[in-house]
Ligand binder design. Structure first.
Ligand code: SAH
Ligand code: SF4
Ligand code: F3S
Length: 534
């Protein structure tokens, strides 16, 4: 049996893709290892969103290249967005790469591996000749549109074999794709180029997938799309050969004007959320990522407000607080419209958490633009913001239109300044919850020992220094009976830590919902006391 090592870079889409690829390969007999040295097939599922993400993958390719040079017989595959963006150029520059597979071709990966293996020494090819293969480019916009009606990728999502022990958070939590690709073309962004045109999955497939996950023990699903609120499915338009509805190209933004609230021909994002909530009652939590600050109707907020198992959490990146920069980014909204939106969210859902992304150092960003971003941050109760330094990406509009003219040192300063400001805002948001009770979906044990346990174990460590191995072993056994800290998330996605009696009760609690009284907080988390486990 050939053993595979699969490493994932980038966003949740990639994590889900890796999970599907792994399930697919396992179902046809491949084994997996978490140690690259034990594998004959090494796959890197890559990200192109910033240069830094690509460099990490390139350094891995370098390491595998050295192993191959020293005579090891390995298959090296690059999957995901870099395979799509860099394409054949990468094959030319990196002779150690045997196969490329873009995100739109992952269903064909077994065939690609097979082809490489058959023509290489791994497959006992007497000549030792190497067949290098590439399947990328299918997410180029035209062919994505053409292939949307083909069911291949859809099959990969539908055929998933969810293994709760390997779930992303090991906490009975799973990602479910609702939309592939993106039609927005923000000027800095590679995603529309690597993931192709927006294609919506049929609602019946999505609901069925949620149902099957719930049956396999999942209690939380996170619906994934680059702009989830643009989800829109027209019924009766496209069917597969066996009469099922097939994935569908996004309709364009005009579709969001005067949205009809009840129209049997269309499933909007609001109706999709309502269907999942109502038709899969076993799901304790339904969340979604990422929301776009435009075209987010009151219909979605009303569905959220009336359905308690939908999480009160919106990740809705603003990117900049300067209207001038937003325009250069082609975001299609103003700061005022963003604020109108977040105010509307909090009016409907006062307990909702809002998080976002910000890019600093976009070309031409002045101190004044940056000040505007700081003012926006002060205006919205963001629980957190991911802050990125602008990274010019090949193939995007921004790299051809603008010089990357904000010096790295200025980007760094702005980045740090925003991190500090966000820490203040985050601290205030989290402190607001002190004294309240929250439901926490427990995800993992933290490395931190509760304070009293820590004191005890360092006393043990001192003893073990003097008495040697026996005393040390004793302290390890004690560790099972010492209090342990666990971490999870509230319905508003606030990270919450609390102590439980010992490691066994911590293990038993993972993947369950605990009632916790909040008695402390920090910029990024709540601290609490366990009341009961559901
Ligand atoms: N679809 C999501 C974001 C996907 S990419 C949305 O529109 O909100 C995730 C984040 O990476 C973006 O929100 C943006 O903040 C950041 N990002 C994308 N391209 C970037 C670039 N070229 N340089 C720096 N940050 C970038
Ligand atoms: Fe990129 Fe903009 Fe699409 Fe988000 S909405 S993936 S930032 S192009
Ligand atoms: Fe990266 Fe592709 Fe996701 S570029 S952020 S892995 S969609």
């Amino acid at each position: 049996m050939k053993t595979v090592y699969l490493e994932t870079f980038g966003c949740q889409m990639n994590e889900l893709d890796s999970e599907l690829v792994r399930g697919h390969l396992e179902s046809i007999g491949y084994g997996f290892t978490s140690r690259p040295d034990d594998a004959q097939i090494l796959l890197f599922n890559t990200c192109s969103v910033r240069e830094h993400a690509e460099s990490k993958a390139y350094s891995r390719l370098g390491i595998v290249g050295k192993r191959k040079k020293s005579g090891e017989e390995l298959v090296l595959g690059v999957l995901g967005c870099m395979a799509e963006r860099d394409g054949v150029d990468m094959l030319r520059r990196y002779p150690q790469v045997d196969l490329l597979c873009g995100p739109g071709e992952l269903d064909k990966l077994p065939m690609l591996i097979d082809n490489v293996a058959r023509t290489s020494s791994l497959g006992d090819d007497p000549t030792g000749e190497h067949g290098r293969v590439a399947l990328a480019g299918s997410t180029s916009r035209r062919s994505a549109a053409l292939s949307a009606t083909k069911d291949d990728l859809e099959t990969l999502d539908l055929a998933r074999a969810f293994d709760p022990d390997r779930a992303t958070s090991a906490a009975r939590s799973a990602y479910v794709r609702i939309t592939r690709g993106c039609n927005k073309f923000c000027t800095y962004c590679v995603v529309p180029h690597t993931r192709g045109a927006e294609v919506h999955r049929p609602p019946d497939s999505i609901v069925e997938e949620c149902r099957r996950l719930a049956r396999a023990g999942v209690i939380e699903v996170t619906l994934l799309g680059q702009t989830v609120n643009h989800y829109r499915y027209h019924h009766g338009v496209a069917l597969t050969i066996d009469g099922r509805e097939s994935p569908q190209i996004g309709p364009g933004l005009t579709a969001f004007r005067n949205e009809p609230l009840e129209d049997d021909d269309v499933t909007t994002f609001a109706r999709l959320l309502a269907r999942i909530h109502d038709e899969v009652p076993e799901l304790a939590r339904i969340r979604f990522l990422t929301s776009y600050p435009r075209d987010f109707g009151d219909d979605v907020l009303a569905v959220m407000a009336s359905r308690p198992r939908i999480c009160r959490y919106l990740h809705v990146p603003v990117q900049s607080g300067s209207n001038r920069i937003l325009k250069l980014m082609n975001r299609g909204y103003t700061v005022e419209e963003y604020l109108e939106f977040t105010d509307r969210v909090l009016a409907h859902l006062p307990d909702a958490s809002i998080a976002g992304d910000i890019i600093v150092g976009f070309p031409t960003e002045t101190d004044e633009d940056f000040e505007a971003t700081k003012s926006l941050l002060r205006r919205v109760p963001f629980k957190n913001n991911f802050i990125f330094k602008y990274s010019p990406r090949p193939g995007t509009a921004a790299i051809s239109r603008f010089d990357d003219d904000v010096p790295e040192a200025v980007k760094k300063l702005r980045n740090n300044e925003l991190l500090a400001l966000q820490a203040e805002i985050g601290a205030a948001v989290h402190a607001n919850w002190i004294g309240r009770e929250v439901d926490v979906l427990v995800e993992r044990k933290t490395n931190r020992r509760p304070a009293d346990a820590h004191q005890r174990s360092s006393a043990d460590a001192r003893v073990s220094l003097g008495v040697g191995l026996t005393a040390h072993r004793g302290s390890e056994a004690d560790a099972r009976t010492e209090p342990v800290q666990v971490s999870g998330r509230t319905k508003g996605d606030l990270i919450t830590v609390f102590d439980v009696a010992d490691a066994d009760s911590a293990d038993a609690m993972i993947g369950r919902i605990a009632r916790v009284k909040v008695d402390g907080s920090g910029p990024l988390l709540l601290r609490g006391r366990l009341l009961e486990t559901g």
